[in-house]
Design a protein around this ligand. Structure first.
Ligand code: SAM
Ligand code: SF4
Ligand code: SF4
Length: 336
């Protein structure tokens, strides 16, 4: 039986989001705008990012504290060399029941089979539009919709379960909500709409840019009626809806208008080994130095337990009507 530790709001530690690189081949405006993340941006050097040995050790320590699910993210995780090897190693850790990868899909065609053969069962692909021109505007003129769709196809053919994430921004891609829904309903991949969030300090977020869960539901419901269905498990982040005329479903992640902090059991570790107890945290706790000192696993576990026991984060519950003025970690650092 796995141990379970709780924070100040009695939330257990269950999910680990592990960022394997801070680099990305896209420059999505809401995450890594080109003018900030330009060619001279000081990305982490290889000795500063955790090695696979360190990630494996850390994950097994987290597993001993109750973590059951790991999501590999970035930056763009498929840029990390030999990623399938890491998946293979994490799969073997006792207590880890589920591993998923979140990717922009641009390199998925190349890696889909290797990831599946390494033991990965699920992948989430981010795609904000099916329109090549809008896609380009949104992601800093990189990649193509066609290559992402090929990546999705390859992943599905390789045996991976595919979900698609679409971040919806008013006036930028809300005209694509219905076409995306139709396309992925037909392809039988669950599409999840994400309310645009005020993560980081560089995307200039405004409440006016958010398309709410209700607005998304209304748009789709006018053409394809939906009914809400129960969560797959307690604390599921996306609210699920099924099309009344089929078994296909969509999800909505409504961090802004209908927050879910009370069930948040996620811890995030950046590529350089900093632990963040919230997506909107201003401060991370350095685990890399701890791992590189000669501390035993039990001592590292004790530090993590102490951090988690003191956790009281509920940023989205407290957001109110505007961005809270505080410095926050960048999304590209901790990968969502
Ligand atoms: N590069 C990978 C990708 O794009 O899937 C993994 C990292 S990315 C930071 C993880 C997810 O965060 C993506 O689905 C992305 O669309 C989402 N994201 C980034 N910035 C966001 C924001 N401001 N609001 C909502 N979602 C955001
Ligand atoms: Fe890269 Fe993902 Fe951020 Fe886009 S959302 S810039 S693909 S890390
Ligand atoms: Fe969890 Fe922080 Fe998001 Fe609330 S705001 S759900 S505590 S990550």
């Amino acid at each position: 039986m796995q141990a379970s530790i709780a924070d100040t709001l009695q939330r257990p530690l269950r999910d680990l989001r592990l960022s394997v690189t801070d680099r990305c081949n896209f420059r999505c405006r809401y995450c890594m705008p080109e003018e900030i993340f330009g060619s001279d941006y000081p990305f982490l050097s290889s000795e500063k990012i955790l090695s696979f040995d360190e990630m494996e050790r850390l994950t097994s320590i987290f597993a001993s504290l109750g973590v059951q699910k790991v999501r590999i993210t970035g930056g763009e995780p498929l840029l990390r060399k030999n990623l399938p090897e890491l998946i293979y190693r994490l799969k073997l850790i006792k207590g880890i029941r589920d591993i998923a990868v979140t990717t922009n899909g641009s390199l998925l065609k190349k890696f889909a089979s290797k990831l599946f053969n390494a033991g990965l069962s699920r992948v989430t692909v981010s795609l904000d539009s099916l329109d090549e021109e809008r896609f380009h505007q949104l992601n800093g003129q990189r990649g193509t919709v066609a290559s992402v769709l090929e990546g999705i196809e390859a992943a599905s053919n390789a045996g991976l379960e595919v979900k698609v994430n679409m971040v919806v921004q008013k006036g930028k891609n809300d005209q694509d909500i219905v076409s995306m829904a139709k396309y992925f309903k037909e392809k039988k991949h669950t599409l999840r709409f994400i309310e645009y969030m005020d993560v980081g300090n560089s995307n200039g977020w405004r409440m006016d840019d958010v398309v709410t869960k209700q607005q998304i539901l209304n748009k789709i419901g006018e053409v394809m009626p939906l009914e809400q269905i129960p969560p797959n498990y307690p604390g599921e982040v996306a609210t699920r809806y099924r099309y009344v005329d089929s078994d296909e479903e969509i999800g909505i992640i409504s961090s802004v208008t209908d927050s879910f902090c009370s069930s948040c059991s996620r811890v995030r570790v950046s590529a350089e080994g900093k632990l963040y107890t919230c997506l909107f945290a201003s401060k991370g706790f350095d685990l890399r130095d701890l791992l590189r000192s000669n501390k035993a696993d039990e001592e590292v576990a004790k530090v993590i337990t102490d951090i988690w026991n003191h956790r009281g984060d509920r940023y989205s519950d407290e957001r109110g009507n505007g961005t809270k003025k505080r410095s926050k970690v960048e999304m590209s650092h901790i990968g969502g």
